[in-house]
Design a protein around this ligand. Structure first.
Ligand SMILES: Cc1cc2nc3c(=O)[nH]c(=O)nc-3n(C[C@H](O)[C@H](O)[C@H](O)COP(=O)(O)OP(=O)(O)OC[C@H]3O[C@@H](n4cnc5c(N)ncnc54)[C@H](O)[C@@H]3O)c2cc1C
Ligand code: FES
Ligand code: FES
Length: 491
């Protein structure tokens, strides 16, 4: 029997809830029910970070503190976790070290962004051992906008407040908190509500398959970094929601010499730690995927499942030759990832079917990879164009080529004409690079929209291909880039 109430840890107590709408966000609950108004609502779409909270969980036996955007996080996603907000940090009259540093360095003016910034710094405070540097602080704060103070004092506060390993009330009570979290983890499925209106979070993949088949119209959800916006900005209401996030099998990330198998519910942050090791460009792209808050909540399956033509992972995984695994009832099938995307927002997925895994063949010593993401801002921005290229090169000749794009069509797609130009030819031939770039005009018909014009997209895609091929042929990246490869900060 599933558990009929949501349970999470708050200020040392277990909170049990059952009478809430499936679409209730953590922010709604905090501000409207608990009346903890320290956590602010700015954009309500995961961009500004004013609503940042920290969710502590046990992951592989370790206590982790993840910054999350409360405005788009579903209340029910807190099941089995500990919720920490800005009100909880001070120890009586003694401010937390990150709060103290913010005061000392004058890190706030109007103060609206400050609770979110403090919570991101609190997560950073608990995330590292030893010294942190400016790059690490910038990564931690990429999802927090401050309109009036400016970042210089905030970064100074971060460097001071996070300088030492955590030694606060939370660190001192870690073992008690871990024991409480372990006790909450009963391994049971969750079903809150009734047939007409519910939030369900099965604990097993069999349970998920059964439920999705029984309620094919229910809204499937993972980290809700897309679905949350459909609620807060699209004003959509979902009466039935099924979460994949508690399904143990879908949270597995397995690697061996042959392949990387990524469960659909693996977070972008966890996937980044493995995919980022394959290549520096992939690591850089993943470090620029949304913000730390988005990468902590968002999942690999969600990025593919939403079918967005500008999703960043799909073109990278297509270039790597990834296989998608889907399940409906007892039937499991696989297909090359590129075949999953049929037309704008239309995927090869039947009602009652869901993504279970993404299987990525591990690149070999002859494989070269390049990824270019073009967006208006470095961090926290959706791509105007993303190019991913993988070549297998044998004695200077291109044996195989997989070239994929985001933002260049209604779906993430390959560029077969350009791939054909490359195959079998000598990589070092500069004329070949230009022929491959020109062939993109046959493959792609980009649109003009608010992010970029069609002409710009085509030009930048062609330039990215030429640059990638030039680098692969041996031109050093300090000539082709402002920040050379390998010196880029990793996730
Ligand atoms: C501020 C912000 C910044 C962002 N930046 C980026 C960015 O830089 N690059 C980028 O690509 N995206 C970005 N996104 C979009 C989003 O974060 C990603 O698409 C993310 O991977 C979605 O994962 P999720 O788990 O949150 O999906 P959800 O929102 O939970 O679900 C998204 C869709 O996938 C479906 N789905 C989820 N799991 C499965 C499954 N197992 N099987 C089938 N369908 C499933 C859901 O039904 C839904 O249709 C950003 C979003 C925000 C709010
Ligand atoms: S309110 Fe802006 S990110 Fe949540
Ligand atoms: S202090 Fe005003 S927005 Fe940051």
């Amino acid at each position: 029997m599933p558990r009929r109430e949501l349970r999470f840890l708050r200020r040392g107590r277990v909170i049990s809830l059952s009478g809430f709408a499936p679409t209730t966000t953590v922010l709604d609950w905090l501000r409207l029910d608990e009346r903890s108004t320290g956590t602010k609502e700015g954009c309500a779409e995961g961009d500004c970070g004013a609503c940042t909270i920290v969710v502590a969980r046990l992951r592989d036996g370790q206590l982790v503190h993840e910054p999350i955007n409360a405005c788009i996080a579903l209340l029910a996603s807190l099941d089995g976790a500990e919720l920490i907000t800005v009100e909880d940090l001070a120890d009586g009259d003694t401010l937390h070290p990150v709060q103290e540093a913010m005061v000392k360095h004058h890190g706030a003016q109007c103060g609206f962004c400050t609770p979110g910034i403090v919570m991101s710094l609190f997560a950073l405070h608990h995330a590292h051992e030893g010294e942190i540097d400016r790059a690490r602080v910038e990564t931690a704060l990429a999802g927090n906008l401050c309109r009036c103070t400016g970042y210089k004092p905030i970064i100074a506060a971060a460097l001071e407040g996070c300088a030492r390993p955590a030694d606060d009330v939370f660190a001192r009570s870690a073992s008690t908190r871990m024991a409480a979290l372990a006790e909450l983890d009963d391994g049971r499925s969750l079903f809150v509500g009734d047939e007409d209106r519910f939030f369900a979070a099965p604990a097993t993949v069999d349970g998920l398959a059964e439920l999705v088949l029984r309620y094919p119209d229910a809204q499937l959800v993972a980290g809700a970094t897309d679905v949350g916006l459909w609620m807060t900005k699209g004003l959509r209401r979902f009466d039935r929601m099924i979460s994949v996030q508690r399904v143990t099998e879908l949270t597995h990330l397995e690697t061996d010499d042959e392949e990387i198998r990524i469960g659909a519910a693996v977070s972008l942050a966890a996937a980044a730690s493995v995919l980022g090791d394959l290549d520096d460009d992939l690591a850089t792209m993943l470090a620029r995927f949304g913000s730390q808050q988005i990468r902590a909540a968002g999942t690999v399956g969600g990025n593919i499942g939403n079918g967005s033509p500008i999703g960043d992972l799909a073109p990278c995984l297509i270039a790597l030759g990834a296989i998608l695994e889907l399940r409906r009832g007892d039937r499991i099938r696989t297909l090359p990832l590129e075949d999953f995307f049929l037309a704008y927002r239309k995927q090869d997925r039947e009602p009652g079917e869901f993504i279970t895994r993404i299987i990525v063949p591990r690149p070999g010593p002859q494989d070269l990879i390049r990824v270019t993401k073009i967006s208006k801002r470095r961090d926290e921005d959706i791509s105007a164009m993303l190019m991913a290229l993988r070549l297998t090169v044998d004695e200077g000749r291109i044996a195989t080529a997989r070239l994929a794009f985001g933002g260049m069509a209604g779906i993430p797609c390959r560029a077969p004409a350009a791939e054909d130009v490359l195959k079998g030819h000598v990589l070092a031939d500069a004329a070949l690079w230009r022929r491959a770039a020109a062939a993109l005009a046959e493959d792609l018909q980009p649109l003009s929209d608010l992010r970029a014009s069609a002409d710009y997209r085509m030009q930048v895609a062609q330039n990215a291909v030429i640059k990638a091929l030039a680098e692969m042929a041996g031109i050093p990246s300090h000539i082709t880039r402002i920040v050379p490869r390998r010196e880029v900060h990793h996730v």
